[in-house]
Design a protein around this ligand. Structure first.
Ligand code: EPZ
Length: 431
């Protein structure tokens, strides 16, 4: 397995262009099953999660071509309705296959995705929505089986205890676009990734009103056609690189990201007094001396502060003078990065859903373990601000969601090297 060797090397400097959004690309890849015609997708990031989704599409019978890096051509002439456990278990987002299979084949059999370290990943809201489309839903032997032979438009409220559901909204959208009648999705997710999915579906011929709002109206059509679509940039990759620049007091221009995708995040950084130049499609982090201001953050559904940037902010606030409180309202257990940051010198106490961070700490390099996609990024960011060497193990978590992470950061002057775990110092080698 690969590891990263990270060494503090002063401020990051330079320019970086943001890649395509993983969390837009995954449901959009699933949406290609909604038509027999070819769907050409561009700006798809080169990630293990993308390869998992493509593997499942091919298993279901779709013809897939990858004519150049970032471009995928999918033609789902004939597809089967069963998505097996051995494929689905690799990635939760494969739950997004339910919607297209229900819409296209009027039946589906999809293994229930497992949980993960950030918390239980229920799909009760997905199933509630599917039932509201007059579908029969049965759960047995770890599979969701759906009979949509009598499906028709309906009214579904998708709000749960943590707000709406992103992939749940994607599933009901994709299920309803070919379902006869009108479907009203109330408390729909408003994330940019859902807007991008809606824009793709409309290009395919779907009828969707109030795109971007929490109340979507879908009028079912009889069939959808192929199209070409370029996926939006990844706002979480952008936020991760902005935080990397801030934690090293660097000077970095992050290009190709609409600032509107990061409203709450940028607002918090301005409250922390991080100097930035913000233009329509780029954000430049400017150097600063001394410390930022501590901030209080609560993660919320979009347009609130994104949970996927919570771990990165824990690292940044650890070197910030004062007391910061970061409360996780989406995944209350999403603090696996905290014990690892503490090993590097952070002073963080967990009180229920909140991390209470006393700064500044002097980060020192240490051997740490990645646990989930965004926690891995937070540990590497802390490593950039540390004295000495940080060894980050299990970086396959990071490879799920960040394309060419070490290359992009090395181009900004970061000292980060991908090695094999056999290169670990003897005292770290798994006994
Ligand atoms: C999406 O996950 C993202 N993944 C996650 O990004 C992101 O953290 C999350 O949205 C929140 O923004 C993809 O888009 C592939 P949810 P999703 O359904 O759709 C509860 C990353 O790092 N809930 O919006 O699975 C759930 O427990 C990943 O890129 C129910 O109760 O998240 C959570 O508390 C991690 N019942 C909240 O809603 C349900 O049926 C939000 O979950 C569904 C969800």
């Amino acid at each position: 397995m690969d590891v990263f060797r990270v060494e503090g090397n002063g401020p990051l400097e330079g320019e970086i262009r943001i890649g395509g959004s993983k969390n837009a690309a995954l449901p959009i890849l699933a949406a290609s099953l909604l038509t027999k015609e070819t769907v050409t997708l561009k700006n798809i990031p080169n990630l293990s999660d993308i390869r998992f989704m493509v593997e499942i599409l091919e298993y279901l019978g779709a013809e897939v071509h990858n004519p150049e890096l970032g471009t995928w051509e999918i033609t789902a002439h004939r597809i089967s309705h069963i998505a097996p456990y051995e494929l689905v278990r690799k990635m939760r987002a494969s739950v997004c296959l339910l919607g297209p299979l229900i819409a296209r084949l009027k039946k589906a059999e999809v293994s229930i995705p497992g949980g993960c370290v950030i918390g239980p990943r229920p799909i009760d809201l997905h199933l509630k929505g599917i039932r509201k489309l007059n579908c029969e839903v049965e759960i047995s032997n770890g599979y969701v089986t759906v009979d949509a032979s009598k499906s028709r438009g309906g009214h579904v409220f998708l709000g749960g205890r943590s707000g709406s559901t992103v992939t749940g909204t994607a599933n009901i959208l994709m299920a309803s676009v070919l379902t006869p009648g009108i479907t009203r999705i109330e408390s729909a997710a408003c994330e940019p990734e859902i807007v991008d999915l809606c824009n793709l579906l409309v290009k395919m011929g779907a009828q969707i009103e109030n795109i971007g709002s929490p109340e979507l109206i879908v009028t079912g059509v009889s069939e959808l056609k192929g199209c070409e679509h370029t996926v939006i940039p990844d706002r979480i990759e952008a936020g991760t690189f902005i935080t990397a620049a801030a934690i090293t007091k660097g000077h970095v221009k992050i290009q190709g990201i609409p600032h509107s995708f990061l409203g709450a995040f940028l607002d918090k950084l301005q409250e922390a007094a991080l100097p930035m130049e913000i233009s329509d499609d780029s954000i430049t982090v400017l150097p600063y001396k001394g410390s930022l201001n501590p901030v209080d953050i609560i993660t919320l559904p979009y347009p609130g502060f994104p949970t996927d940037l919570q771990a990165q902010m824990c690292a940044l606030m650890s070197i910030t003078e004062g007391l910061s409180i970061i409360t996780e309202r989406i995944y209350p257990n999403r603090f696996m990065h905290v014990p690892e940051l503490q090993r590097m010198g952070a002073d963080i106490a967990i009180e229920g859903p909140s991390a209470i961070i006393k700064g500044p700490c002097d980060f020192s390099g240490a051997p740490v373990m990645a646990s989930d996609l965004r926690a891995s990024a937070a540990l590497i960011l802390a490593g950039f601000a540390s004295k000495g060497v940080t060894w980050v193990q299990r970086i396959y978590h990071l490879d799920r969601g960040y394309e060419s992470f070490e290359q992009k950061l090395s181009s900004l002057g970061a000292k980060i090297e991908r090695l094999s775990d056999t290169d670990l110092p003897n005292d770290l080698l798994e006994k």
